[in-house]
Ligand binder design. Structure first.
Ligand SMILES: NC(=O)c1ccc[n+]([C@@H]2O[C@H](COP(=O)([O-])OP(=O)(O)OC[C@H]3O[C@@H](n4cnc5c(N)ncnc54)[C@H](O)[C@@H]3O)[C@@H](O)[C@H]2O)c1
Ligand SMILES: [Zn+2]
Length: 380
């Protein structure tokens, strides 16, 4: 086994963690395509008026669940800034991140007479965000869209960074485009209606940022997990903001996933194999990633001599977050086959995001035996 690449952590323009800075505005630095990430209890009407491209047509894309909770409020809020506001409500579920849904959006845009000045609003979790972003990337070769993420996962991960796309029968996210939003409105108020299991799954992605980039934030999460579970807005503001800061710093340094961006996949090689192998829906993505991070920690100890203390702390934090820490059993050859299909694999060799020490990630090729040993350690 060999450490292939240190993940250029020092390329990131990341200020030290401070819970006190949670109120400051955040923006992601892409030169002329930079955009604001608004986090808090937001006034959508006021934010609409602050958009540089007001007026004209706004199309809100949402699903039946989220639309019922938050659709009316967004439509009313946008009426001040736009002359016409339409809403398209799709069915709820990952299976609707599809060609068929994409076509419904494009057809609705055509019917509404949308031109290149239209602004799409993605109101929902990562499914609606990825799908609407891809519709925006492809309608008339690219129009503006605003991410209004309503799951914790979408607020801390999928709404920031510009990856958009849909699933095929052959696999998830196989068709897509990089298309950055014009703004991200992460309204913590929308999280009040999010089911507990989805909330915990989002916490796994929050926790992920600690081991790969910021152990001070990890320690803060250990102290504040109780408040987060109560959905305390001040604690949420700190967690969402710091997660977005780290994601923004990584993506700004590596927009098209040449290297550094891989650190965001910590726990994901194992996690994706668990999700796919058990059948999508058995474990939520965040749940699979949580267990995957434990496996990656164990493999890091074998391959890079990571101290045992981090594994114990991570285990405890995941339990506190209400997340599973043991994977259901799955045939080992199937597990390996799924991991070989991971995007980071090259020539059949699986490459893992591992930790040389807490807070520092590397891309490492590991033997199948050592990977399976890590899997067994965290399997029922
Ligand atoms: N683009 C990226 O960089 C990126 C990163 C990570 C994940 N993703 C994608 O994100 C998707 C997963 O996103 P997700 O976990 O948000 O799932 P999701 O969009 O399916 O939302 C989860 C569930 O919560 C419901 N929901 C959402 N907001 C709610 C609210 N406020 N109140 C009540 N119910 C609410 C949804 O209707 C759904 O049933 C996957 O398709 C994944 O591929 C993309
Ligand atoms: Zn993830």
């Amino acid at each position: 086994m060999s450490a292939l690449m240190s993940l250029g952590y020092d390329q990131m323009q990341l200020a030290p963690f401070s819970a006190a800075l949670a109120q400051q505005a955040l923006s992601i630095d892409f030169g002329t395509r930079s955009y604001p990430i608004e986090i808090g209890l937001l006034d959508w009407r006021e934010l609409g008026l602050r958009l540089t491209h007001r007026g004209g047509l706004a199309v809100v894309v949402t699903n039946a669940t989220v639309g019922a909770h938050h659709g009316l409020r967004l439509r009313v809020a946008l009426q001040t800034a736009f002359t016409e506001v339409r809403e398209l409500v799709l069915p709820d579920g990952e299976t609707f991140k599809s060609w068929t849904s994409l076509q419904s959006i494009q057809d609705a845009l055509a019917q509404a007479g949308a031109d290149r000045k239209v602004t799409l609003f993605a109101l929902g979790g990562g499914v609606i965000g990825d799908l609407t972003g891809f519709a925006a990337a492809t309608w008339m070769r690219g129009v503006r869209f605003v991410q209004v993420p309503t799951t914790l996962l979408a607020q801390v991960d999928s709404s920031v960074g510009g990856k958009t796309g849909i699933n095929l029968e052959a696999g998830k996210n196989l068709v897509g485009a990089f298309h950055q939003p014009a703004a991200v409105w992460a309204d913590l108020g929308t999280l009040k209606t999010l089911p507990t299991r989805e909330f915990s799954a989002g916490l796994a992605e929050v926790i992920k940022y600690g081991p790969v980039a910021d152990m001070a934030f990890f320690a803060w999460l250990e102290d504040n997990m109780g408040l987060l579970l109560q959905r305390d807005e001040r604690a949420l503001a700190v967690a969402v903001r710091r997660s977005c800061e780290i994601k923004a710093a990584v993506v700004a340094a590596d927009e098209y996933e040449g290297g550094l961006r891989a650190i965001l996949n910590f726990g994901h090689t194992f996690g994706h194999a668990l999700e796919a192998g058990l059948g999508y829906g058995e474990l939520l993505h965040g749940e699979a990633v949580g267990i995957g991070m434990l496996m990656a920690c164990s493999l890091s100890s074998t391959c890079l001599g990571l101290e045992a203390g981090l594994l114990a702390r991570l285990h405890k934090l995941l339990v506190m977050a209400g997340l599973p820490v043991r994977a259901p059993r799955m045939p080992e050859d199937r597990f390996l086959a799924l991991m070989r299909g991971d995007k980071k694999s090259q020539a059949g060799k699986v490459r893992y995001v591992l930790l040389s020490r807490p807070g520092v990630a590397q891309l490492v090729e590991a033997s199948d035996e050592s990977a399976l040993a890590a899997v067994r350690t965290h399997t029922v």
